[in-house]
Design a protein around this ligand. Structure first.
Ligand code: ADP
Length: 256
């Protein structure tokens, strides 16, 4: 722990007396370190595609100047890198927007059924590309929670997209909504992919944490998706529970 110690002389009737005060600044230090780690990580993540763009531009100005075929290939890679940078910037902006709103809990009723229908439709092209079927299991009645619609869309887009991308071998992603008496409303997103080794599970919602960086990059991940999910759920007073078994699959549950 880190303390600031202050020594102050106190007025007395002639005898020397001092007051010692201790202030625990460990938490401030920890937050400071987290902030500077975050800036370092974000800069590193942006610098990688930037360095690659610069490399391709120099090659196209020099060695590959007259090679039309190579140039065409390089331009496609450069577009990928530019897209990666813009996904990162979008996610960073999302996070900072959420931090500003962290203390304002949402105050509207949102029906989760149309939200999940919308998410399934918006992910349909990706699911089709990966050969994954997204199955929704919804109750008959409305499932309302206190929330902000666009943020809830972002939560379920992230969870269902992850289930499709990382669990794609399983071919099926199940989204199940239930009202559990005494527990609350739960949305479970289950894949039948390779699962996540137990030691990684507690760290998944850290910014830029990935189980496998190359796998995440090749799947167009930024490493910020679950950090965004956690921020939104905290604001919604909801929790994210993760269960995963190697060789069986993963289940991400949102409990309102
Ligand atoms: P990314 O942008 O890399 O997908 P996320 O924050 O969404 O970042 O997820 C963090 C990491 O958690 C991913 O890189 C991946 O390694 C792991 N992960 C997330 N969802 C799943 C899942 N359904 N199955 C296996 N691994 C997952």
């Amino acid at each position: 722990r880190v303390y600031i110690v202050r020594v102050a002389p106190v007025e007395t009737d002639g005898r020397p007396l001092f007051l010692l005060s201790f202030r625990d600044i460990s938490e401030l230090r920890r937050l400071d370190r987290m902030r500077s780690d975050f800036v370092a990580n974000a800069s590193h993540e942006l610098r990688t595609p930037l360095a690659s763009l610069r490399g391709f531009i120099e090659t196209m100005q020099g060695p590959a100047k007259d090679d039309a075929k190579a140039k065409e290939r390089f331009l496609a890679i450069m577009l990928d890198q530019a897209n990666r940078m813009s996904r990162l910037v979008d996610d960073l902006l999302s996070l900072s927007r959420l931090e500003l709103k962290a203390h304002l809990p949402p105050d509207q009723m949102v029906d989760l059924k149309p939200v999940l229908g919308h998410v399934r439709d918006s992910l349909a092209p990706l699911a089709a590309d990966l050969g994954v079927e997204i199955r929704l299991d919804l109750p008959e009645e409305k499932i309302e929670v206190m929330g902000e619609r666009d943020e809830l869309v972002e939560v379920f887009e992230n969870l269902i997209e992850n289930a499709c991308k990382y669990g794609q071998d399983g071919k099926v992603v199940d989204v199940v909504v239930r009202r559990e008496p005494g527990v609350g409303t739960e949305v479970r997103v289950r894949d039948r992919g390779p699962g996540i080794p137990a030691e990684h599970v507690p760290r998944l919602t850290e910014r830029f944490y990935r189980v496998n960086v190359e796998d995440s990059r090749s799947k167009k991940g930024t490493g910020l998706g679950l950090a965004i999910v956690k921020h939104i759920l905290t604001r919604h007073r909801a929790r994210l529970l993760v269960k995963s078994e190697l060789g069986v699959g993963s289940e991400f549950t949102v409990r309102f």
